[in-house]
Write a protein that binds this ligand. Structure first.
Ligand code: ADP
Ligand code: GLC
Length: 504
Protein backbone atom coordinates (compact mmCIF):
# COMPACT_ATOMS: atom_id res chain seq x y z
CA UNK A 1 0.00 0.00 0.00
CA UNK A 2 1.58 3.30 -1.05
CA UNK A 3 0.86 6.62 0.58
CA UNK A 4 -2.04 8.72 -0.67
CA UNK A 5 -1.63 10.39 -4.04
CA UNK A 6 -0.92 14.08 -3.39
CA UNK A 7 -2.72 16.24 -5.96
CA UNK A 8 -2.73 20.00 -6.32
CA UNK A 9 -5.88 20.84 -8.28
CA UNK A 10 -5.97 24.39 -9.58
CA UNK A 11 -8.86 26.27 -11.13
CA UNK A 12 -10.13 29.85 -11.49
CA UNK A 13 -13.54 29.03 -9.99
CA UNK A 14 -14.67 26.52 -7.38
CA UNK A 15 -18.23 25.92 -6.13
CA UNK A 16 -19.43 27.03 -3.56
CA UNK A 17 -16.72 29.71 -3.17
CA UNK A 18 -17.15 31.33 -6.58
CA UNK A 19 -18.98 30.24 -9.73
CA UNK A 20 -19.79 31.46 -13.22
CA UNK A 21 -20.41 28.05 -14.83
CA UNK A 22 -19.73 24.34 -14.91
CA UNK A 23 -15.98 24.68 -14.27
CA UNK A 24 -16.86 25.67 -10.71
CA UNK A 25 -19.16 22.67 -10.27
CA UNK A 26 -16.40 20.34 -11.45
CA UNK A 27 -13.71 22.03 -9.36
CA UNK A 28 -15.85 21.68 -6.23
CA UNK A 29 -17.02 18.11 -6.79
CA UNK A 30 -14.12 16.29 -8.48
CA UNK A 31 -11.57 17.04 -5.73
CA UNK A 32 -14.10 15.81 -3.15
CA UNK A 33 -14.58 12.59 -5.12
CA UNK A 34 -10.80 12.17 -5.47
CA UNK A 35 -10.44 12.62 -1.72
CA UNK A 36 -13.14 10.05 -1.15
CA UNK A 37 -11.20 7.67 -3.38
CA UNK A 38 -8.19 8.09 -1.10
CA UNK A 39 -6.23 10.92 -2.73
CA UNK A 40 -4.73 13.77 -0.70
CA UNK A 41 -6.07 16.76 -2.66
CA UNK A 42 -5.72 20.51 -2.27
CA UNK A 43 -7.55 22.99 -4.42
CA UNK A 44 -5.79 26.22 -5.40
CA UNK A 45 -7.67 29.29 -6.59
CA UNK A 46 -7.29 33.09 -6.54
CA UNK A 47 -8.14 34.84 -3.29
CA UNK A 48 -11.21 36.64 -4.59
CA UNK A 49 -12.89 38.43 -1.66
CA UNK A 50 -16.01 36.24 -1.83
CA UNK A 51 -13.87 33.09 -1.90
CA UNK A 52 -11.82 34.18 1.13
CA UNK A 53 -15.01 34.99 2.95
CA UNK A 54 -16.75 31.71 2.10
CA UNK A 55 -13.83 29.38 2.88
CA UNK A 56 -13.94 27.87 6.35
CA UNK A 57 -11.16 27.50 8.97
CA UNK A 58 -8.58 29.84 7.46
CA UNK A 59 -4.90 30.21 8.37
CA UNK A 60 -1.82 31.54 6.62
CA UNK A 61 0.45 28.93 5.04
CA UNK A 62 3.25 31.21 3.96
CA UNK A 63 4.49 33.96 1.66
CA UNK A 64 5.34 33.78 -2.03
CA UNK A 65 6.98 37.19 -2.47
CA UNK A 66 6.08 39.52 -5.33
CA UNK A 67 7.12 37.65 -8.50
CA UNK A 68 5.73 40.19 -11.00
CA UNK A 69 6.69 43.35 -9.07
CA UNK A 70 3.09 44.32 -8.48
CA UNK A 71 3.79 45.84 -5.06
CA UNK A 72 3.00 43.68 -2.07
CA UNK A 73 3.52 40.15 -0.84
CA UNK A 74 1.41 37.29 -2.16
CA UNK A 75 0.23 35.06 0.66
CA UNK A 76 -1.18 31.57 0.60
CA UNK A 77 -4.17 31.17 2.88
CA UNK A 78 -5.35 27.67 3.69
CA UNK A 79 -8.99 26.88 4.38
CA UNK A 80 -11.61 24.27 3.66
CA UNK A 81 -14.44 23.97 1.19
CA UNK A 82 -17.75 24.26 3.02
CA UNK A 83 -19.63 20.92 3.10
CA UNK A 84 -16.98 18.61 1.61
CA UNK A 85 -14.19 19.92 3.86
CA UNK A 86 -11.63 19.54 1.03
CA UNK A 87 -8.56 21.69 1.82
CA UNK A 88 -8.29 24.84 -0.30
CA UNK A 89 -5.38 27.20 -0.79
CA UNK A 90 -6.19 30.77 -1.75
CA UNK A 91 -3.64 32.95 -3.54
CA UNK A 92 -4.05 36.21 -1.67
CA UNK A 93 -2.81 39.19 -3.68
CA UNK A 94 -5.17 42.12 -2.98
CA UNK A 95 -3.74 44.28 -5.79
CA UNK A 96 -4.93 41.69 -8.31
CA UNK A 97 -7.97 40.07 -6.73
CA UNK A 98 -9.52 42.32 -4.10
CA UNK A 99 -12.20 44.03 -6.19
CA UNK A 100 -15.91 43.74 -7.05
CA UNK A 101 -17.21 42.24 -10.32
CA UNK A 102 -16.60 38.69 -11.50
CA UNK A 103 -13.50 36.54 -11.81
CA UNK A 104 -12.88 37.44 -15.45
CA UNK A 105 -14.82 40.63 -16.02
CA UNK A 106 -15.94 43.80 -14.28
CA UNK A 107 -19.58 44.50 -13.45
CA UNK A 108 -20.09 45.95 -16.96
CA UNK A 109 -18.96 42.74 -18.63
CA UNK A 110 -15.53 44.01 -19.75
CA UNK A 111 -12.54 41.71 -19.34
CA UNK A 112 -10.25 42.84 -16.53
CA UNK A 113 -7.31 44.57 -18.25
CA UNK A 114 -4.84 42.75 -15.98
CA UNK A 115 -6.16 39.21 -16.55
CA UNK A 116 -2.74 38.08 -17.80
CA UNK A 117 -1.26 39.03 -14.41
CA UNK A 118 -4.26 37.73 -12.42
CA UNK A 119 -4.08 34.27 -13.93
CA UNK A 120 -0.35 34.42 -14.54
CA UNK A 121 0.02 34.70 -10.77
CA UNK A 122 -2.38 31.81 -10.17
CA UNK A 123 -0.30 29.66 -12.54
CA UNK A 124 2.99 30.86 -11.03
CA UNK A 125 1.77 30.08 -7.50
CA UNK A 126 0.59 26.60 -8.56
CA UNK A 127 4.02 25.83 -10.04
CA UNK A 128 5.85 27.32 -7.05
CA UNK A 129 3.91 25.17 -4.60
CA UNK A 130 5.26 22.12 -6.46
CA UNK A 131 8.91 23.08 -5.98
CA UNK A 132 11.45 23.52 -3.21
CA UNK A 133 10.59 27.22 -3.24
CA UNK A 134 7.21 26.43 -1.71
CA UNK A 135 6.52 27.83 1.76
CA UNK A 136 4.50 24.68 2.53
CA UNK A 137 5.85 21.27 3.51
CA UNK A 138 3.16 19.46 1.55
CA UNK A 139 4.47 18.81 -1.97
CA UNK A 140 2.19 17.40 -4.71
CA UNK A 141 3.09 14.52 -6.99
CA UNK A 142 0.49 15.66 -9.48
CA UNK A 143 -0.41 19.16 -10.58
CA UNK A 144 -3.87 19.15 -12.20
CA UNK A 145 -4.62 22.33 -14.15
CA UNK A 146 -7.98 23.37 -15.60
CA UNK A 147 -8.61 25.67 -18.57
CA UNK A 148 -6.50 28.57 -19.81
CA UNK A 149 -6.35 30.43 -16.51
CA UNK A 150 -3.97 27.79 -15.16
CA UNK A 151 -2.18 26.99 -18.42
CA UNK A 152 1.09 28.71 -17.59
CA UNK A 153 1.78 26.52 -14.54
CA UNK A 154 3.34 23.61 -16.50
CA UNK A 155 5.25 26.20 -18.56
CA UNK A 156 6.79 27.65 -15.38
CA UNK A 157 7.84 24.17 -14.28
CA UNK A 158 9.51 23.73 -17.66
CA UNK A 159 11.21 27.14 -17.47
CA UNK A 160 12.54 26.53 -13.97
CA UNK A 161 13.86 23.07 -14.84
CA UNK A 162 13.36 21.94 -11.26
CA UNK A 163 14.87 18.57 -10.43
CA UNK A 164 11.83 17.09 -8.75
CA UNK A 165 8.73 18.07 -10.65
CA UNK A 166 5.24 16.66 -10.34
CA UNK A 167 3.37 14.96 -13.15
CA UNK A 168 1.19 17.53 -14.89
CA UNK A 169 -2.36 17.03 -16.13
CA UNK A 170 -4.31 19.66 -18.03
CA UNK A 171 -8.09 19.45 -18.45
CA UNK A 172 -9.82 21.30 -21.27
CA UNK A 173 -13.30 22.39 -20.19
CA UNK A 174 -13.81 24.65 -23.16
CA UNK A 175 -11.30 25.11 -25.97
CA UNK A 176 -12.98 28.26 -27.23
CA UNK A 177 -11.52 30.29 -24.36
CA UNK A 178 -7.78 30.49 -24.89
CA UNK A 179 -6.38 33.37 -22.83
CA UNK A 180 -4.46 35.21 -25.54
CA UNK A 181 -2.29 38.21 -24.67
CA UNK A 182 0.31 40.41 -26.31
CA UNK A 183 3.86 39.07 -26.75
CA UNK A 184 5.15 41.70 -24.31
CA UNK A 185 3.58 39.66 -21.50
CA UNK A 186 6.07 36.81 -22.05
CA UNK A 187 8.88 38.70 -20.34
CA UNK A 188 6.54 40.48 -17.93
CA UNK A 189 5.42 37.08 -16.64
CA UNK A 190 9.01 35.96 -16.22
CA UNK A 191 9.55 33.63 -19.19
CA UNK A 192 12.79 33.56 -21.18
CA UNK A 193 12.34 34.78 -24.78
CA UNK A 194 13.36 31.40 -26.22
CA UNK A 195 10.15 29.85 -24.87
CA UNK A 196 8.12 32.15 -27.13
CA UNK A 197 7.90 30.12 -30.32
CA UNK A 198 5.72 27.59 -32.08
CA UNK A 199 7.37 24.91 -29.92
CA UNK A 200 6.28 26.75 -26.81
CA UNK A 201 4.08 29.61 -25.64
CA UNK A 202 3.36 31.24 -28.97
CA UNK A 203 0.10 30.94 -30.82
CA UNK A 204 -0.23 33.01 -34.00
CA UNK A 205 1.91 35.87 -32.68
CA UNK A 206 0.28 35.97 -29.28
CA UNK A 207 1.00 34.44 -25.90
CA UNK A 208 -1.68 31.79 -25.37
CA UNK A 209 -2.18 30.44 -21.85
CA UNK A 210 -4.21 27.52 -23.25
CA UNK A 211 -1.55 26.58 -25.79
CA UNK A 212 1.04 26.68 -23.01
CA UNK A 213 -0.99 24.25 -20.93
CA UNK A 214 -1.54 21.92 -23.88
CA UNK A 215 2.09 22.05 -24.93
CA UNK A 216 3.85 21.66 -21.59
CA UNK A 217 1.55 19.27 -19.67
CA UNK A 218 2.31 15.55 -19.51
CA UNK A 219 -1.29 14.44 -19.98
CA UNK A 220 -4.31 16.15 -21.45
CA UNK A 221 -7.91 15.40 -20.65
CA UNK A 222 -11.23 16.83 -21.63
CA UNK A 223 -14.68 16.45 -20.20
CA UNK A 224 -16.33 13.94 -22.54
CA UNK A 225 -15.12 11.27 -24.96
CA UNK A 226 -16.97 12.85 -27.89
CA UNK A 227 -15.44 16.28 -27.27
CA UNK A 228 -11.99 14.66 -27.11
CA UNK A 229 -12.53 13.56 -30.72
CA UNK A 230 -14.24 16.76 -31.84
CA UNK A 231 -11.43 19.08 -30.72
CA UNK A 232 -9.00 17.24 -32.98
CA UNK A 233 -10.96 18.53 -35.99
CA UNK A 234 -10.96 21.97 -37.58
CA UNK A 235 -14.70 22.37 -36.93
CA UNK A 236 -14.30 22.29 -33.14
CA UNK A 237 -10.58 22.72 -32.43
CA UNK A 238 -10.61 26.55 -32.57
CA UNK A 239 -7.21 26.51 -34.31
CA UNK A 240 -5.52 24.18 -31.81
CA UNK A 241 -6.60 20.94 -33.45
CA UNK A 242 -3.14 20.39 -34.97
CA UNK A 243 -1.40 20.33 -31.59
CA UNK A 244 -4.11 18.10 -30.13
CA UNK A 245 -3.81 15.66 -33.00
CA UNK A 246 -0.08 15.55 -32.39
CA UNK A 247 -0.71 14.82 -28.73
CA UNK A 248 -3.64 12.46 -29.27
CA UNK A 249 -1.85 9.61 -27.44
CA UNK A 250 -1.76 11.76 -24.32
CA UNK A 251 -5.35 13.02 -24.62
CA UNK A 252 -8.35 11.29 -23.06
CA UNK A 253 -12.01 12.26 -22.64
CA UNK A 254 -13.40 11.60 -19.16
CA UNK A 255 -17.08 12.37 -18.74
CA UNK A 256 -17.94 14.81 -15.95
CA UNK A 257 -20.17 13.72 -13.11
CA UNK A 258 -22.99 15.36 -11.18
CA UNK A 259 -22.78 16.38 -7.55
CA UNK A 260 -25.90 14.75 -6.13
CA UNK A 261 -25.30 16.37 -2.73
CA UNK A 262 -26.02 19.70 -4.37
CA UNK A 263 -28.45 18.47 -7.04
CA UNK A 264 -30.89 16.17 -5.28
CA UNK A 265 -34.58 17.17 -5.40
CA UNK A 266 -35.28 15.30 -2.16
CA UNK A 267 -32.92 17.47 -0.09
CA UNK A 268 -32.90 20.67 -2.15
CA UNK A 269 -33.41 23.62 0.21
CA UNK A 270 -34.18 25.97 -2.66
CA UNK A 271 -37.40 24.08 -3.48
CA UNK A 272 -40.80 24.94 -2.07
CA UNK A 273 -41.60 21.22 -2.09
CA UNK A 274 -38.62 18.84 -2.05
CA UNK A 275 -39.49 15.55 -3.77
CA UNK A 276 -37.92 12.18 -4.43
CA UNK A 277 -36.64 11.59 -7.98
CA UNK A 278 -39.56 10.00 -9.81
CA UNK A 279 -42.26 11.49 -7.56
CA UNK A 280 -44.48 13.14 -10.15
CA UNK A 281 -46.90 14.61 -7.63
CA UNK A 282 -44.03 16.32 -5.86
CA UNK A 283 -42.73 17.61 -9.15
CA UNK A 284 -46.17 18.96 -10.11
CA UNK A 285 -46.23 21.00 -6.89
CA UNK A 286 -42.93 22.61 -7.81
CA UNK A 287 -44.22 23.35 -11.29
CA UNK A 288 -47.24 25.13 -9.80
CA UNK A 289 -44.96 27.07 -7.43
CA UNK A 290 -42.71 28.11 -10.32
CA UNK A 291 -45.62 29.20 -12.51
CA UNK A 292 -46.97 31.27 -9.61
CA UNK A 293 -43.57 32.77 -8.78
CA UNK A 294 -42.94 33.77 -12.41
CA UNK A 295 -46.45 34.98 -13.19
CA UNK A 296 -47.12 32.28 -15.80
CA UNK A 297 -50.62 30.91 -16.31
CA UNK A 298 -51.13 28.30 -13.56
CA UNK A 299 -51.75 25.32 -15.77
CA UNK A 300 -50.57 21.83 -14.76
CA UNK A 301 -50.90 20.31 -18.24
CA UNK A 302 -49.16 23.02 -20.23
CA UNK A 303 -45.62 21.92 -21.10
CA UNK A 304 -43.19 24.23 -19.32
CA UNK A 305 -39.80 24.53 -21.02
CA UNK A 306 -36.88 25.93 -19.07
CA UNK A 307 -33.49 27.35 -19.94
CA UNK A 308 -30.75 27.61 -17.29
CA UNK A 309 -27.71 28.83 -19.13
CA UNK A 310 -25.13 31.40 -19.93
CA UNK A 311 -26.59 33.39 -22.82
CA UNK A 312 -23.97 32.94 -25.50
CA UNK A 313 -23.58 31.95 -29.10
CA UNK A 314 -21.93 28.69 -27.98
CA UNK A 315 -25.09 27.70 -26.10
CA UNK A 316 -27.20 28.27 -29.24
CA UNK A 317 -29.54 30.48 -27.26
CA UNK A 318 -30.40 32.47 -30.39
CA UNK A 319 -32.09 29.28 -31.62
CA UNK A 320 -34.44 29.41 -28.62
CA UNK A 321 -35.46 32.90 -29.73
CA UNK A 322 -35.86 31.67 -33.31
CA UNK A 323 -38.03 28.73 -32.20
CA UNK A 324 -40.13 30.83 -29.83
CA UNK A 325 -42.99 31.68 -32.21
CA UNK A 326 -43.48 27.96 -32.87
CA UNK A 327 -43.20 27.15 -29.17
CA UNK A 328 -45.85 29.76 -28.37
CA UNK A 329 -48.11 28.42 -31.12
CA UNK A 330 -47.86 24.97 -29.54
CA UNK A 331 -49.27 26.53 -26.37
CA UNK A 332 -46.12 25.79 -24.36
CA UNK A 333 -44.57 28.03 -21.71
CA UNK A 334 -40.94 29.13 -21.44
CA UNK A 335 -39.01 30.15 -18.34
CA UNK A 336 -35.41 31.31 -18.61
CA UNK A 337 -32.72 32.26 -16.12
CA UNK A 338 -29.48 33.38 -17.67
CA UNK A 339 -27.04 36.14 -18.29
CA UNK A 340 -24.50 36.98 -20.96
CA UNK A 341 -24.80 38.44 -24.43
CA UNK A 342 -26.64 41.79 -24.20
CA UNK A 343 -28.51 41.29 -27.49
CA UNK A 344 -29.86 37.93 -26.36
CA UNK A 345 -30.82 39.36 -22.97
CA UNK A 346 -32.76 42.17 -24.69
CA UNK A 347 -34.38 39.72 -27.12
CA UNK A 348 -35.73 37.58 -24.30
CA UNK A 349 -36.83 40.59 -22.25
CA UNK A 350 -38.86 41.78 -25.23
CA UNK A 351 -40.67 38.45 -25.75
CA UNK A 352 -41.40 38.15 -22.05
CA UNK A 353 -42.87 41.67 -22.04
CA UNK A 354 -45.20 40.85 -24.92
CA UNK A 355 -46.23 37.38 -23.63
CA UNK A 356 -46.12 37.66 -19.82
CA UNK A 357 -48.38 34.71 -19.11
CA UNK A 358 -46.46 32.37 -21.43
CA UNK A 359 -42.83 33.53 -21.22
CA UNK A 360 -40.92 34.46 -18.06
CA UNK A 361 -37.36 35.72 -18.22
CA UNK A 362 -35.00 36.41 -15.34
CA UNK A 363 -31.77 37.97 -16.53
CA UNK A 364 -28.99 37.33 -14.06
CA UNK A 365 -27.32 34.60 -12.11
CA UNK A 366 -29.51 32.95 -9.47
CA UNK A 367 -28.67 29.69 -7.77
CA UNK A 368 -32.21 29.35 -6.25
CA UNK A 369 -33.93 29.95 -9.59
CA UNK A 370 -31.64 27.47 -11.35
CA UNK A 371 -32.78 24.78 -8.90
CA UNK A 372 -36.43 25.84 -8.99
CA UNK A 373 -36.53 25.79 -12.78
CA UNK A 374 -34.91 22.39 -12.88
CA UNK A 375 -37.62 21.13 -10.51
CA UNK A 376 -40.59 22.99 -12.01
CA UNK A 377 -39.82 22.53 -15.71
CA UNK A 378 -40.97 19.69 -17.96
CA UNK A 379 -38.23 20.11 -20.58
CA UNK A 380 -34.77 21.66 -20.47
CA UNK A 381 -33.72 23.34 -23.72
CA UNK A 382 -30.02 22.93 -24.62
CA UNK A 383 -29.44 23.75 -28.31
CA UNK A 384 -25.67 24.19 -27.77
CA UNK A 385 -23.61 24.57 -30.96
CA UNK A 386 -20.87 22.75 -29.08
CA UNK A 387 -20.83 21.45 -25.52
CA UNK A 388 -17.66 20.00 -24.01
CA UNK A 389 -19.78 18.12 -21.47
CA UNK A 390 -22.69 20.13 -20.11
CA UNK A 391 -23.86 19.49 -16.58
CA UNK A 392 -27.43 20.71 -16.59
CA UNK A 393 -28.64 17.62 -18.47
CA UNK A 394 -27.44 15.50 -15.50
CA UNK A 395 -29.36 17.71 -13.10
CA UNK A 396 -32.41 17.60 -15.37
CA UNK A 397 -32.39 13.78 -15.35
CA UNK A 398 -32.50 13.75 -11.54
CA UNK A 399 -35.22 16.39 -11.37
CA UNK A 400 -37.54 14.70 -13.91
CA UNK A 401 -37.00 17.32 -16.60
CA UNK A 402 -36.40 16.07 -20.11
CA UNK A 403 -33.52 17.57 -22.12
CA UNK A 404 -34.17 18.74 -25.67
CA UNK A 405 -30.66 19.14 -27.01
CA UNK A 406 -28.30 19.33 -29.96
CA UNK A 407 -26.25 16.17 -30.23
CA UNK A 408 -22.71 17.42 -29.70
CA UNK A 409 -19.86 16.80 -27.22
CA UNK A 410 -21.03 15.57 -23.84
CA UNK A 411 -24.66 15.91 -24.87
CA UNK A 412 -24.06 13.29 -27.56
CA UNK A 413 -22.43 11.04 -24.95
CA UNK A 414 -25.25 11.28 -22.43
CA UNK A 415 -28.51 11.68 -24.33
CA UNK A 416 -30.49 8.99 -26.11
CA UNK A 417 -33.09 10.32 -28.52
CA UNK A 418 -36.69 9.23 -28.13
CA UNK A 419 -37.81 6.99 -30.97
CA UNK A 420 -39.85 3.84 -31.22
CA UNK A 421 -36.95 1.48 -30.40
CA UNK A 422 -35.38 3.50 -27.60
CA UNK A 423 -38.78 4.04 -26.00
CA UNK A 424 -39.46 0.32 -26.17
CA UNK A 425 -36.11 -0.71 -24.70
CA UNK A 426 -36.28 1.99 -22.02
CA UNK A 427 -33.15 3.91 -23.01
CA UNK A 428 -34.81 7.07 -24.41
CA UNK A 429 -33.98 9.94 -22.03
CA UNK A 430 -34.39 13.06 -24.17
CA UNK A 431 -35.01 14.59 -27.56
CA UNK A 432 -32.00 15.34 -29.69
CA UNK A 433 -31.43 16.94 -33.06
CA UNK A 434 -28.46 16.53 -35.32
CA UNK A 435 -28.17 19.65 -37.45
CA UNK A 436 -27.87 22.73 -35.37
CA UNK A 437 -30.49 25.01 -36.88
CA UNK A 438 -33.79 26.48 -35.76
CA UNK A 439 -35.86 24.14 -37.92
CA UNK A 440 -34.29 20.98 -36.51
CA UNK A 441 -34.57 22.34 -32.97
CA UNK A 442 -38.22 23.22 -33.53
CA UNK A 443 -38.92 19.70 -34.78
CA UNK A 444 -37.39 18.25 -31.61
CA UNK A 445 -39.53 20.58 -29.49
CA UNK A 446 -42.64 19.54 -31.39
CA UNK A 447 -41.82 15.86 -30.83
CA UNK A 448 -41.31 16.51 -27.12
CA UNK A 449 -44.60 18.38 -26.79
CA UNK A 450 -46.47 15.62 -28.64
CA UNK A 451 -45.10 12.95 -26.33
CA UNK A 452 -45.63 15.01 -23.21
CA UNK A 453 -49.35 14.74 -23.90
CA UNK A 454 -49.11 10.94 -23.69
CA UNK A 455 -48.52 10.25 -20.03
CA UNK A 456 -47.21 6.68 -20.24
CA UNK A 457 -44.37 7.10 -22.70
CA UNK A 458 -43.45 10.38 -21.00
CA UNK A 459 -43.12 8.55 -17.69
CA UNK A 460 -40.84 6.04 -19.38
CA UNK A 461 -38.53 8.82 -20.54
CA UNK A 462 -38.46 10.33 -17.05
CA UNK A 463 -37.67 6.96 -15.57
CA UNK A 464 -34.74 6.39 -17.92
CA UNK A 465 -33.38 9.77 -16.80
CA UNK A 466 -33.64 9.44 -13.05
CA UNK A 467 -32.46 5.84 -13.08
CA UNK A 468 -29.11 6.93 -14.50
CA UNK A 469 -26.21 7.46 -12.14
CA UNK A 470 -23.65 10.05 -13.11
CA UNK A 471 -22.07 10.41 -9.70
CA UNK A 472 -18.43 11.47 -9.64
CA UNK A 473 -16.93 8.23 -8.29
CA UNK A 474 -16.42 6.60 -11.69
CA UNK A 475 -14.87 9.67 -13.27
CA UNK A 476 -12.62 10.24 -10.24
CA UNK A 477 -11.29 6.68 -10.65
CA UNK A 478 -10.40 7.49 -14.27
CA UNK A 479 -8.51 10.62 -13.22
CA UNK A 480 -6.64 8.59 -10.63
CA UNK A 481 -5.57 6.21 -13.40
CA UNK A 482 -4.22 9.15 -15.37
CA UNK A 483 -2.32 10.39 -12.29
CA UNK A 484 -0.90 6.93 -11.62
CA UNK A 485 0.33 6.63 -15.20
CA UNK A 486 2.56 9.60 -14.39
CA UNK A 487 3.79 8.59 -10.97
CA UNK A 488 4.52 5.00 -11.83
CA UNK A 489 2.05 3.66 -9.27
CA UNK A 490 -0.25 2.02 -11.70
CA UNK A 491 -0.39 0.26 -15.01
CA UNK A 492 0.69 3.29 -16.97
CA UNK A 493 3.99 3.58 -18.73
CA UNK A 494 5.27 6.07 -16.20
CA UNK A 495 6.52 8.47 -18.83
CA UNK A 496 6.56 11.94 -17.49
CA UNK A 497 7.23 13.96 -20.60
CA UNK A 498 4.64 15.43 -22.88
CA UNK A 499 5.53 14.50 -26.43
CA UNK A 500 5.16 18.02 -27.64
CA UNK A 501 7.64 19.15 -25.03
CA UNK A 502 10.55 17.20 -26.43
CA UNK A 503 13.47 19.18 -27.78
CA UNK A 504 12.74 20.59 -31.20
P1 ADP B 1 -21.08 26.01 -18.86
O1 ADP B 1 -20.03 25.71 -17.88
O2 ADP B 1 -20.61 25.96 -20.26
O3 ADP B 1 -21.81 27.26 -18.55
P2 ADP B 1 -22.43 23.64 -17.77
O4 ADP B 1 -23.70 22.99 -18.17
O5 ADP B 1 -21.24 22.79 -17.63
O6 ADP B 1 -22.18 24.83 -18.79
O7 ADP B 1 -22.60 24.32 -16.35
C1 ADP B 1 -23.43 25.41 -16.12
C2 ADP B 1 -23.60 25.57 -14.62
O8 ADP B 1 -23.93 26.92 -14.35
C3 ADP B 1 -24.74 24.73 -14.05
O9 ADP B 1 -24.47 24.43 -12.71
C4 ADP B 1 -25.93 25.70 -14.15
O10 ADP B 1 -26.93 25.39 -13.24
C5 ADP B 1 -25.25 27.00 -13.82
N1 ADP B 1 -25.88 28.20 -14.38
C6 ADP B 1 -25.84 28.65 -15.66
N2 ADP B 1 -26.49 29.81 -15.78
C7 ADP B 1 -26.96 30.11 -14.56
C8 ADP B 1 -27.73 31.20 -14.02
N3 ADP B 1 -28.13 32.22 -14.78
N4 ADP B 1 -28.03 31.18 -12.71
C9 ADP B 1 -27.62 30.14 -11.93
N5 ADP B 1 -26.90 29.10 -12.37
C10 ADP B 1 -26.58 29.09 -13.66
C1 GLC C 1 -17.26 24.23 -19.64
C2 GLC C 1 -18.12 23.65 -20.74
C3 GLC C 1 -19.19 22.70 -20.24
C4 GLC C 1 -18.64 21.77 -19.17
C5 GLC C 1 -17.99 22.58 -18.08
C6 GLC C 1 -17.42 21.72 -16.97
O1 GLC C 1 -17.78 25.39 -19.11
O2 GLC C 1 -18.69 24.67 -21.53
O3 GLC C 1 -19.71 21.96 -21.31
O4 GLC C 1 -19.67 20.99 -18.64
O5 GLC C 1 -16.94 23.32 -18.60
O6 GLC C 1 -16.47 20.80 -17.46
Amino acid sequence: MGSAMRVLFTSSEVFPLIKTGGLADVSGALPAALAEAGADVRVLLPGYPQAIEAAAAKREVGLLGDPFGIGGETRIIAGKLPDSGVPVWLVDCPALYDRGGGPYQDAQGRDWPDNALRFGLLSWAAARLCTDGSPAKWRPRILHCNDWQTGLAPAYLHAWETAARPGTVFTIHNIAYQGQFGAEMVGRLGFPPEMYGVEGLEYYDTLSFLKAGLFYSDRLTTVSPRYAKEIQTAAFGCGIEGLLELRSDDLVGILNGADYQVWNPATDNYLAHPYKPGDLVGKARNKAALQAELGLTPSPDTPLMVVVSRLSDHKGIDLVLAALPALLKLGAQLALVGTGDRQLEDGFRAVAASHPSQVAVRIGYSEPLAHQMMAGGDMLLMPSRFEPCGLTQFYAFRYGTVPVAHTTGGLADTLVDTGYDTLMNGTANGFVFEHCNAGAFQWAIERAVALYAKKDPWRKILKAGFAQDFSWGRSAARYLEVYKSLTGNGNGNGKGNGKARGKA
